[in-house]
Design a binder for this molecule. Structure first.
Ligand code: GAL
Length: 413
């Protein structure tokens, strides 16, 4: 399987690829919202200042589903990009198929083993070799609040679901949309996994990381769907198909009170010229203090061989430098993937993330995000997302959703 895919790839590459210049990298990514694009500029400018040109291959669509479809099509056609943004499980899958180049030399020169958290290394390395450069650590289970609405209604960011629903009632009574929600499966799954984690880190581990059937059929998973149903009741009727950043904009503009979303939402706040923690409040989603879900954006280098290798090594080295990781993550909303980047320039939300990460790592409550490609391989992840979105967009009962989830995940395993 491994050899066959790789051999087919080489044959196709020879026949079809249109090579870019040796000192250029063509980078496939899905960073197209205002905040994401600002972060991409940091990367592009950094590389260009070091003599490596940037050919942009942006594929719109939060969470990267469309980008991954395009990537698969490009590789199948024998025309892979030089580098691609990927989440952890994708790195593993592409490496397993034999497509990724080896970054050991640059990793050794720059000491990646010493500065990248073990949980991130587990995705950036395959068979003991570095195959992708991690640029950040995002945390998907944040709650963002409009400071204007919270102040007007004399509310505090909710730490429990009871407080959340009480705040939501007050917001609706005052004429605001309580919950800004986008309408794509990955966004609904971002909320669901936060709900599961909030019930307990043990439930997240057993039902999601271990995909344990008893856990999936448990009363707690039924409860998670009951909470989802209640949240759905506070979402405005126009949410279908809404992009995540438009939901974030509703909070930024003071039209909506709260959004549960990863800290890429903070990139939108910064890009709007506002200060996270001031005009837009940040806290962890209800019940999740003490635990930490993460998703890391990697750049994987396709094994395109020959004259591209130098530009690829240059890109990997740049993406992993302390100065780049600081500048990039200040714009992106995430925290650096390197643990030795000083935190003093970061906002209070990012500093909280850094402190919480250390605490969760020590407590054994650090887990990969299911919705963002670090919980389960793509096929099993899809089994979860299908049921979560089906439940959220219908009147399916919580009991039926838990049963359907267990059936769907067990069939996919
Ligand atoms: C995540 C990704 C982030 C952000 C988000 C929304 O999966 O890790 O960098 O881009 O999707 O597009």
């Amino acid at each position: 399987m491994k050899l066959t895919s790789k051999m087919a790839f080489i044959a196709c590459t020879t026949a079809l690829a249109t090579p870019t210049l040796a000192d250029e990298v063509e980078v496939l990514h899905w960073w197209t919202s205002g905040g994401e694009a600002a972060a991409v500029s940091v990367l592009k400018d950094d590389l260009e200042s070091k003599g490596t040109g940037w050919v942009d291959m942006a594929v719109a669509g939060g969470g990267g589903d469309a980008a991954m479809t395009t990537l698969r099509a490009r590789v199948t056609a024998g025309d892979p990009p030089t580098a691609a943004q990927m989440l952890g499980m994708s790195v593993r899958e592409w490496a397993d198929e034999g497509f990724l180049g080896n970054l050991n030399e640059v990793a050794a020169a720059e000491g990646w083993d010493d500065v990248v958290p073990t949980a991130v290394q587990a995705f950036g390395k395959y068979d003991g070799n570095w195959v992708a450069a991690p640029v950040n650590m995002h945390r998907p289970h944040w709650i963002w609040g409009s400071a204007k609405i919270f102040e007007e209604l004399n509310l505090e960011l909710p730490a429990t679901w009871d407080e959340f629903f009480a705040a939501a009632d007050a917001m609706e009574a005052a004429g605001y949309v309580a919950v800004a929600q986008g309408g794509q499966a990955w966004q609904e799954a971002t909320v669901w996994e936060a709900v599961v984690l909030g019930i307990s880190p043990d439930l997240y581990k057993s039902a999601i990381i271990d995909a344990d059937e008893d856990a999936l059929r448990s009363a707690e998973i039924v409860e998670s769907f009951e909470i989802m149903r209640r949240i759905r009741g506070y979402v405005d009727p126009n949410f279908a198909g809404r992009d995540w950043n438009l939901a974030t904009a509703m909070v930024i503009n003071g039209e909506a009170g709260m959004q549960i979303m990863g800290d890429w939402a903070k990139g939108e706040v910064i890009n709007a010229g506002l200060t996270p923690g001031v005009e837009v409040l940040c806290g962890v989603s209800p019940g999740t203090q003490g635990a930490f879900l993460f998703n890391t954006d990697f750049f994987a280098m396709f094994d395109v061989g020959g004259d591209k290798a130098a530009a690829q090594q240059n890109m990997a080295a740049s993406a992993m430098s302390v100065t780049f990781q600081e500048a990039f993550n200040l714009a992106k909303g995430s925290i650096p993937a390197r643990t030795d980047v000083p935190g003093d320039k970061f906002d209070t939300c990012a500093q909280k993330s850094m402190a919480d990460l250390a605490e969760a790592t020590a407590a054994g409550t650090l887990f990969g995000s299911l919705a963002h490609g670090h919980g389960q391989p793509a096929a099993i992840q899809a089994a979860y997302l299908d049921v979560v979105t089906q439940h959220f967009n219908s009147d399916m009962s919580a009991e039926d959703a838990a049963a359907a989830l267990a059936d769907s995940v067990m069939a996919a395993k």
